[in-house]
Design a protein around this ligand. Structure first.
Ligand code: CP
Length: 331
């Protein structure tokens, strides 16, 4: 079992309290989540029209800063801002002054000089989004900070579940795979707990953080336990976050044999989700990924309307905000 270390939000740079941010699922109440999902549903209806662009955020500036690779999150935030008629600017680490050694603080101060309304930031370090919220006047959305949080992924997953099952309360989700390195798992466990759903984390003991049950979930090292869940949520093996030389599993082949999600391990009709990117043949069998019970493309579509809702909500009167809540972090 991996060691667990407790961090508190007050050990991170203090975010600006004059502006509302979405840095963690811990920032949200159940009412916030319900309002955001309702707004996303309204935007979903607007996207059914031939003319998909809304004038809602005309004249606003959304800056997308992605210092870690992304396909789904970066594209959906950019399209979300464009669908709402905001001006957008996108910065990636490669090709920016980060290549010359510029710090995140100086990059944030530079971009903040343009007076953006919202900065969306993905950063490999825990606390990257908090830092930007502390030094700019923008509303900040955490699009993933290390293995800490990915709140908009959790919101789009709740949206997908709500659309599929017509409810969230009482659902049972089994999250399978590399929980240790997963910001998606941490955010989703908190979000499911907030709305009255149940989570079981499943995987090798080396990839299940000790003490994670304190976040409001059960754990199991037996892949057979996934059969009891309404939904199987598959996680990628995050080799880029694994410590060099650490043997979390004997080999990827052995991992697939023991914990890979295959058709044989699922009940007929059991729904499958994956945040992407997938490693077919490692954590998920290609037949599962391509089956009609897989909600993976539905999740991508949900990402667009959910992120439209988050941008809209931050710039209107919704109470998304920062709480000084303690958070549990895994070393
Ligand atoms: N789910 C997710 O964050 O995917 P990307 O890394 O492609 O943004």
């Amino acid at each position: 079992m991996a060691e667990i270390r407790v961090m508190r939000d007050d050990l991170l740079p203090p975010p600006s309290l004059e502006r509302r941010h979405l840095l963690s699922i811990a920032d949200l109440t159940r009412a916030d989540v319900e309002r955001l999902l309702g707004t996303a549903r309204n935007f979903s209806r607007s996207l059914e029209r031939e003319m998909k662009k809304l004038p809602t955020l005309r004249g606003r500036l959304v800056v997308n800063v992605f210092f870690e690779s992304s396909t789904r999150t970066s594209s959906s935030f950019e399209l979300a801002a464009k669908r709402l008629s905001a001006d957008t600017m996108s910065i990636k680490a490669s090709g920016s002054a980060v290549d010359k050694g510029e710090s995140l603080k100086d990059t944030a101060l530079t971009l903040g000089a343009y007076d953006p309304d919202i900065i969306v930031i993905r950063h490999p370090q825990i606390g990257g989004a908090h830092l930007v919220a502390g030094v700019t006047g923008a509303h900040v959305v955490n699009a993933g900070d290390g293995k800490h949080q990915h709140p908009t992924q959790a919101l789009l997953d709740l949206y997908t579940l709500q659309e599929e099952f017509g409810r969230l309360e009482g659902l049972h989700v089994a999250i399978v795979g590399d929980v240790l390195h997963s910001r998606v798992a941490r955010s989703l466990v908190q979000a499911l707990d907030l709305v009255g759903a149940r989570t079981t984390l499943v995987g090798p003991p080396t990839l299940l953080p000790r003490g994670i049950e304190a976040m409001g979930c059960a754990t199991s090292t037996e892949i057979g336990t996934i059969a009891a869940a309404d939904v199987v949520y598959v996680l990628r093996m995050q080799r880029e976050r694994m410590l060099e030389g650490a043997n979390y599993v004997p080999s990827l082949r052995e991992y697939s044999e023991r914990w890979g999600v295959t058709p044989e391990r699922l009940r007929p009709g059991q729904k499958v989700m994956h945040p992407g990117p997938m490693n077919r043949g490692v954590e998920i069998d290609a037949r599962v990924a391509d089956a009609t019970d897989a909600l993976i493309e539905t999740q991508v579509r949900a990402g667009l309307v959910t992120r439209m809702a988050v941008l809209y909500d931050l710039l209107t009167s919704g109470p998304v905000g920062v709480k000084a809540a303690a958070l549990t972090e895994v070393a």
